[in-house]
Design a protein around this ligand. Structure first.
Ligand SMILES: Nc1ncnc2c1ncn2[C@@H]1O[C@H](COP(=O)(O)OP(=O)(O)O)[C@@H](O)[C@H]1O
Ligand SMILES: [Mg+2]
Length: 213
């Protein structure tokens, strides 16, 4: 089983949205069973999951003290991927979770404030020796700031090829427990999420060390 921890020290960067969308996409592609774990007290991912009609992806309610054992149990039950959503804080809790990651996904909005916050998250991942991948989220069409953000991030590590744009569908779909591709399966969001999931999977097919500079 591969454990993907989605984290950033910035609220609103798109952690929960990415967790939900990537988990649904992994199931859709047959890279399953997929499990979700929500470690954010705000519980946004859990609320989304409760509203969801579909049976997959499944969500495990595991307390932080049990999370390592919980992941082992999921792996023993044949889980293929587990996505862990995290709160936007630097805490013991996030370090505990990072230690369990096979890959750390760091969503970053193309904005100066998001960029400035990145170094803390990168430092945490590097301290734990974890491979990480930046994902541009909520990008606006033709904005120079996106190119500038990618250039700045690439000094720290790898940036996913696929960017997630700012699209109403991402937020709208989540209100009733769905994902944007489930709302419009031929839409641009569907293409982005499919592309991003391929980018992430390709990270596991390579030598992990090449992920980080
Ligand atoms: N790609 C996107 N396009 C439009 N809105 C988005 C996108 N990603 C996230 N959002 C919205 O931005 C807000 C913050 O996203 P969320 O995933 O909850 O961030 P985090 O978990 O990092 O705090 C939410 O209202 C969400 O619906
Ligand atoms: Mg969140």
């Amino acid at each position: 089983m591969k454990t993907i921890v989605v984290t950033s020290q910035k609220g609103g960067s798109g952690k929960t949205t990415l967790c939900a969308h990537l988990a649904v996409e992994a199931e859709r592609m047959g890279d399953c069973p997929v499990w979700l774990i929500d470690t954010d007290k705000q519980g946004t991912l859990s609320v989304w999951h409760e509203r969801r009609n579909a049976e997959t992806p499944q969500r495990a309610e595991i307390s932080l003290t049990q999370i390592e054992k919980g992941l082992t149990a999921l792996a023993n039950r044949g889980a293929k991927y587990c996505f862990i959503d995290t709160p936007p804080t630097i805490s013991e809790q996030n370090v505990t979770v990072l230690k369990l990651a096979d890959l750390v996904v760091i969503p970053v909005r193309p904005s100066p404030a998001d960029l400035w916050a990145v170094s803390h998250t990168v430092a945490l991942a590097q301290e734990e020796g974890k491979p990480f991948l930046f994902v541009i989220t909520q990008s606006k069409a033709n904005a120079n700031i996106t190119a500038q953000t990618v250039a700045a991030l690439s000094h720290h590590g790898r940036v996913a090829k696929t960017f997630i744009a700012d699209r109403v569908h991402y937020a709208a779909a989540m209100t009733d427990g769905r994902s944007a591709p489930e709302l419009a399966n031929k839409g641009q969001a569907a293409q982005e999420i499919a592309g991003l999931w391929q980018d992430i999977k390709s990270c596991f097919n390579e030598n992990n060390n090449s992920l980080n500079k």
